[in-house]
Design a protein around this ligand. Structure first.
Ligand SMILES: NC(=O)c1ccc[n+]([C@@H]2O[C@H](COP(=O)([O-])OP(=O)(O)OC[C@H]3O[C@@H](n4cnc5c(N)ncnc54)[C@H](OP(=O)(O)O)[C@@H]3O)[C@@H](O)[C@H]2O)c1
Length: 370
């Protein structure tokens, strides 16, 4: 597998790289990103390696990320080659409740701003950024369908929503003939595996390829924070933001240090960087369509782009799987082979023949991989 092999995203016809370029680090507005020159070099390194899938959002670095992505694409006349994913939900107008969230008024406002900053007349993949706990899935899906029909958007997806909401949204789209969801963009890494319970089976069975965000847990799994030294002294976003309210940045826990230690040992045996092993692990998990790699420096992206060049042998993969296994929780404890045998009366229910639909297996091929 390499970056210039393209797979269709979920059940759509959009062909994307298995590594996408995350551009939340494009811009210094938030204090931990890259300046324009570095961001431009990161973008060029990614597309020159064969990557075609670039992720941004309207509010990343206060709009700088979208603006630069649009400019970099234009500078090299790559609009037809690059698939742009961007997102809406966050509010940049304090006191105005309709300048954020997922209601129709905000979506139709937000899309115009993104198109303008990106300097394009269409978005390849338009994603709801975060559930607002209010707007009905019917309203979101109808509005996104309108955007597809108007030509401003090609494909649609959801990020950071409850699984029941994504399931309802997809079912509504299927039954009403709206554009269906091609993707779920979710946090996933060796230290954050909760999506395995609901989202992986949901995406695999219902046509949504998972786009992984923070595969390095914001840098924790990159190797710069040393478990042997029991601390977050490494230079980078996590050290800068330690103690912040955002749970995505609170990664220095005893449990996570144990996972980092096992990753360090496995990476050493493979003679690969910890970042490469962590990204490779995520990219090869069931249901994963594309992994978003982020960087603030060129050497980081250079490192991460090599993540698909090797295989993690089963024995080593078992070790990091075991070290990072989530605690069993209800009701998933009832779906283990042992408990399921109580439903089948102990009879062995074998796998369906290859190609038989639906294939509901946790070790199924990633969504969209044929
Ligand atoms: N939908 C959502 O809610 C959501 C949320 C977050 C992100 N995203 C998307 O996902 C993308 C990736 O997220 P992320 O930036 O959090 O990913 P990540 O891979 O977990 O973290 C990337 C950061 O880790 C450090 N790093 C990366 N590679 C390294 C290497 N080889 N060696 C040492 N340090 C390395 C860099 O930060 P430092 O140099 O600062 O250490 C880099 O910015 C974002 O750009 C964005 O597009 C989406």
């Amino acid at each position: 597998m390499s970056i210039n092999q393209y797979y269709t995203l979920g059940r759509s016809g959009l062909r994307v790289s298995r590594l996408a370029l995350g551009t939340m680090t494009f811009g210094t507005d938030w204090g931990w990103g890259a300046d324009r020159e570095t961001a431009s070099q990161l973008f060029n390194m990614y597309v020159d390696a064969g990557g075609n899938f670039v992720d941004t959002a309207d509010l990343y670095t206060n709009g700088t990320s979208e603006t630069w992505v649009g400019e970099f694409i234009k500078e090299r006349s790559l609009r037809d080659k690059v698939a742009i994913a961007t997102k809406f939900s966050y509010n940049a107008d304090p006191g105005n409740p309709n300048a954020g969230g997922n209601g129709r008024k905000n979506i139709l406002r937000a899309v115009e701003g993104s198109l303008q900053r990106l300097g394009t007349d269409y978005i390849d993949l338009y994603i709801l950024h975060t559930w607002d706990s209010i707007t009905p899935a019917e309203e979101v899906m109808r509005t996104l369908d309108d955007l597809v029909r108007s030509g401003k958007v090609r494909y649609v997806g959801l990020s950071d929503v409850p699984a029941w909401y994504a399931s309802r949204a997809q079912t509504t789209a299927e039954l009403r003939g709206y554009e269906t969801l091609s993707t779920l963009q979710l946090e996933y890494s060796l230290v954050e595996r909760n999506i395995e319970n609901e989202f992986v089976p949901l995406g695999t069975q219902h046509g949504m390829g998972i786009m992984v965000w923070s595969p390095l847990a914001s840098g924790l799994l990159s190797g710069k924070y040393k478990p042997s030294e029991q601390g977050g002294e490494g230079e980078g976003r996590l050290a800068d933001l330690a103690g912040a309210d955002n749970p995505a940045f609170n990664k220095f826990t005893d449990r996570n240090w144990k996972i980092v230690a096992e990753l360090e040992a496995v990476a050493k045996e493979l003679d690969r960087s910890m970042a490469q092993v962590a990204v490779n692990w995520a990219a090869n998990q069931p249901g994963i369509a594309s992994v978003l790699v982020g960087a603030t420096k060129l050497h980081q992206l250079e490192d991460n782009l090599k993540a698909l060049e090797f295989e993690i042998p089963k024995e080593l993969c078992d070790r990091i799987n075991k070290a990072s296994a989530p605690d069993p929780s209800f009701p998933y404890t009832f779906f283990t082979p042992g408990m399921q045998a109580m439903l089948t009366g102990g009879a062995i229910v074998g796998d369906k023949p290859e190609g038989y639909y639906p294939t509901v297996k946790f070790d199924a091929k990633p969504a969209g991989v044929s």
